[in-house]
Design a binder for this molecule. Structure first.
Ligand code: G4P
Ligand code: NA
Ligand code: NA
Length: 193
């Protein structure tokens, strides 16, 4: 997506070979006009797949997921990150470990918000190792939903997340695919036509 790539080049900062800082339009300050364009782009790509709900993971996925949900005219569900296992019949939980941050949490879904016939689109800001998206897929599958696809704002294509999801048969659509980061350098995989 041209608008997102341009914004990344203008305001993003490659802190290292692994980390792209996008605090001024995604992770801390949010650019609402860009988020609306992002929501429309996901709705355009996934719009004919019969999606019944958009699901994201708190917190940075919420803004783009909400815009996508508006564009698709379906509800949005936020998977929560709980520090520990909670014993409650209505909660589904699965451990997600972040390699980027070196932390773990219990990704949590309240069963009442997903039904067996739901066809879900997962939206998140970054795809790195694919651990958060894989955890979301585990929870949603456990709740009986089918996975229509995963929509990502920024895919770090040099990390294994995309391939892991594709190996599970998931339709992954990333608006910006970063092929290389280095201090002060950001390169993209050219968009498919
Ligand atoms: P994975 O799910 O693909 O395996 O990714 P990983 O565990 O490595 O990512 C953990 C957290 O780090 C996620 O945020 C993710 O969005 C963020 N992250 C990963 N790579 C980058 C990067 O290059 N730049 C930035 N700014 N963030 C990155 P989170 O902890 O879930 O927090 P939140 O931002 O959604 O609240
Ligand atoms: Na995130
Ligand atoms: Na994040």
């Amino acid at each position: 997506m041209k608008e997102l790539e341009e914004k990344i080049l203008k305001e993003g900062h490659a802190l290292s070979e692994n980390i792209l800082k996008v605090d001024s339009f995604i992770n801390h300050q949010v650019d609402p006009v860009l988020m609306q364009q992002i929501g429309d782009a996901f709705a355009g790509h996934f719009g004919n797949k019969g999606i019944t709900k958009v699901v994201t993971i708190e917190s940075s996925g919420i803004a783009p997921a909400l815009m996508t949900a508006i564009s698709l005219n379906v509800p949005m569900i936020i998977l929560k990150k709980q520090p520990s296992k909670v014993l409650n019949d209505n909660l589904l939980q699965t451990v997600v470990t972040s390699f980027t941050k070196g932390t773990s949490y219990e990704l949590t879904l309240s069963h009442q918000f997903i039904e067996e016939n739901d066809n879900v689109l997962i939206i998140d800001d970054f795809l790195a190792n694919g651990e958060a998206a894989s955890g979301a897929i585990r929870l949603l599958s456990e709740a009986g939903a089918s996975i229509a696809g995963v929509g990502i704002l920024i895919e770090k294509s040099f990390q294994p997340g995309r391939d892991k999801l594709i190996a599970q048969g998931v339709d992954v659509y990333s608006l910006a695919r970063v092929s290389r980061l280095a201090k002060g350098v950001i390169e993209f995989i050219p968009e498919e036509c």
